[in-house]
Structure formats: C-alpha cells, structure tokens
Design a binder for this molecule. Structure first.
Ligand SMILES: Nc1nc2c(ncn2[C@@H]2O[C@H](COP(=O)(O)OP(=O)(O)O)[C@@H](O)[C@H]2O)c(=O)[nH]1
Ligand SMILES: [Mg+2]
Length: 240
C-alpha cells in the first residue's frame, strides 16, 4: 500500500456494520468521526427492522442500506467494496453497537502503518486482561487461537474481535473473498495462509449497551465447530 507522508494524507474509512442499532449508531458514528484526523465513516445498515436508517438520515451520517439482511460477513464486505472503489488506503472496522471504543482507532491505524501490516486486530486479551465477554466466548476464542497457531504458526490472542484495521492490499483480497459466516477468525487465517501479515494491539472493549449479540450460549459451541471446519478448508484451498 502507498504509505502516506503524514496522518492527514492517509485516507481512512471506518466501516460500521449495523443491524438494529438505533440506540447506539449515532453515538458510535459521531465519536468515530472525531477519533482520527480526516477519517470518513460508512455505516452499512444491514436491512435493520428498527429505526437505524431513520437515525442515520436524521444525523446526516454517510450510510448504505442493504436491500436484504446479509449478516455480518456481507455487511462488512459491502464496506470493503466501497472502500476499494473509493480508493481508501485503510479500512477500520468498528461494531455499531458501541462495544468498540472509537477513541482507540488511532492505535489500530498507527500499528498498521508503523509495522507495515495488512491486518491489525484490536485484542481484548493482548494487554491487561479484562472480562468483557462470556466464559464460552473466551474459551472459544482461546481454542481458535490454538487452531490458528497450529495451522499458521502465528499467535492471535483475540481471533473473534471485530475491532480491526486493514491495509488496501488486504482489501484487494477481501473485497473478492470474505467469509459470510463467522468472518473474523476465518479471515485472519485466510490472510495468513495467503501471505498477508497480521498483528495485534491491546484494546479495551465495552459490554454491549443495547440489543443482543449474534453469538450466545450453545451457539458458541456450534460457532467453534463450524469455524474449525472452515479453517481446514481454507488450508486446503489456497487462493493465490
Ligand atoms: N446480529 C447481527 N449483527 C449484524 C448483522 N449484520 C450486521 N451486524 C452488525 O455486526 C456487528 C457485530 O455483531 P454483534 O451481534 O455485536 O456480534 P458480537 O460483537 O460478536 O457479539 C454489530 O455492529 C451488528 O449491528 C446481522 O445480520 N446480525
Ligand atoms: Mg458486538
């Protein structure tokens, strides 16, 4: 990717996937715009059934509304396509539910540039441990970490984190291939297997303020099993 002379030359797009986030999306979008010099925002409204779109319109936030609910994978990939076509250098992915404090976006972008990485994951577990997810989620994340270590040799402490920054180089891959289900851990492995670089920075996260998470309880177990199978397939089928 083209490394800009200074922060303000770097074109950064924050992609905020949002499904029924009427209570939090305006706050997250506003804080994101203040978090990094010159950053642009694209909210991908994943065919919400609540007032998410009305809020975005009223607050003059840049957004696209999908005509059908694609789920997190399709929503984020929509953002990647937009960023690619508009020539952005960096994409930051931030949950629309307020779990990812936008004030920490500079940590992700600075690490991406300084360490010349293709993916920087904001990790809840890389620094001082804080308990912000269910035990099932933490165990699941740890098991996935071991699987990633075994398949790629890389240590990833928070593979399910959706608080991330991507290089334009990574975008060129992900705009074409991005998993529709459980995209975060699978995308990390795909990038590693295909020769892209990955790093983590410690971040803090908040509990979800409103609405409910897409993965809870027993779902976590199924999530894990499906992701591990997907990883096996990613390993077999290299795309480059
Ligand atoms: N649950 C859900 N979230 C979606 C969907 N499409 C986009 N999202 C957004 O994806 C982000 C992550 O989803 P979330 O349920 O918070 O997952 P978690 O943070 O991993 O528990 C949130 O900002 C959602 O609003 C969808 O179809 N279902
Ligand atoms: Mg969330």
């Amino acid at each position: 990717m083209g490394v800009a002379a200074n922060k303000t030359d770097l074109r950064v797009l924050a992609v905020l996937p949002a499904y029924n986030e009427e209570k939090s999306i305006a706050d997250v979008a506003g804080r994101t715009l203040r978090a990094y010099p010159g950053i642009d925002v694209l909210v991908v409204n994943d065919c919400s059934t609540d007032a998410t779109e009305a809020v975005l319109k009223q607050q003059h936030v840049n957004y696209v509304t999908l005509p059908v609910n694609l789920g997190i994978g399709g929503a984020v990939q929509t953002g990647f396509l937009y960023a690619w076509e508009q020539g952005y250098d960096v994409v930051v992915q931030v949950d629309g539910d307020g779990q990812h404090p936008p004030e920490q976006i500079p940590l992700l972008v600075d690490a991406l540039i300084a360490r010349r990485l293709d993916l920087v994951i904001g990790s809840r577990y890389a620094g001082k441990t804080q308990i912000v997810s269910s035990w099932a989620r933490r165990v699941g994340g740890a098991v996935l970490g071991v699987v990633i270590r075994m398949t790629t040799g890389h240590r990833v402490t928070d593979p399910t984190s959706g608080f991330r920054a991507y290089s334009r180089r990574a975008l060129d891959y992900l705009r074409r291939f991005y998993p529709q289900e459980y995209p975060e851990p699978i995308c990390a492995i795909e990038l590693l297997v295909n020769g892209y670089s990955l790093g983590e920075v410690p971040v803090t996260m908040q509990e979800r303020q409103h609405g409910k998470s897409s993965i809870t309880g027993l779902d976590t177990l199924f999530y894990m099993i499906k992701v591990i199978f997907s990883i096996a397939i990613v390993k077999i089928r290299r795309r480059k």
